[in-house]
Design a protein around this ligand. Structure first.
Ligand code: CU
Length: 155
């Protein structure tokens, strides 16, 4: 039988290993946005704060990147991104991305927050209450709601 001390130490070891894994594999995120988009920069800052190593591609148009990624034209917002093989569109909260990466539901190409709801990460508008909005999963048919948020919190 393992002693209490051994169990405590192995628990600590596991925690250290997972911390090291997280620090070592700064998750890489590629973004495509146009230079004039202020709220896109706000979203990039949000993702950097959450620990993503962001490769920020500023382009005259996001359309070629969307064609390359296969972003559905009915879910457009202001910027496109790719993380770990998944396609993102718009002000997707990090929490929704984290759930996608942890659960990897079959048949999903990516997630999107169409348009630009107020209160999404990078779209905080002083004095305006956050909208309630859906994060949409695409890739299957039809699109479906992946998570619902109000501002940056699940609703
Ligand atoms: Cu935006």
């Amino acid at each position: 039988m393992r002693s209490r001390r051994t169990i405590l130490l192995s628990g600590l070891g596991a925690a250290l290993v997972s911390m090291a894994a997280r620090a070592g594999q700064a998750r890489r995120l590629e973004v495509w946005r146009d230079a004039a988009c202020g709220c896109c920069g706000g979203w990039v800052d949000h993702m950097r704060r959450e620990g993503f190593a962001v490769q920020d591609n500023v382009a005259g148009s996001v359309a070629p990147a969307r064609r390359m990624l296969g972003t559905p034209p009915d879910l457009l917002s202001c910027h496109a991104a790719r993380v770990d093989g998944y396609v993102l569109e718009g002000h997707v909260p990090e929490l929704a991305l984290r759930r996608l990466l942890a659960t990897r539901p079959p048949g999903i190409l990516g997630i999107a927050v169409p348009a630009m709801p107020a209160g999404t990460p990078g779209m905080e508008i002083p004095g305006q209450p956050p909208d309630t909005y859906d994060v949409i999963a695409f890739g299957g048919r039809p699109h479906r709601t992946f998570m619902r948020f109000r501002g940056s919190e699940p609703a």
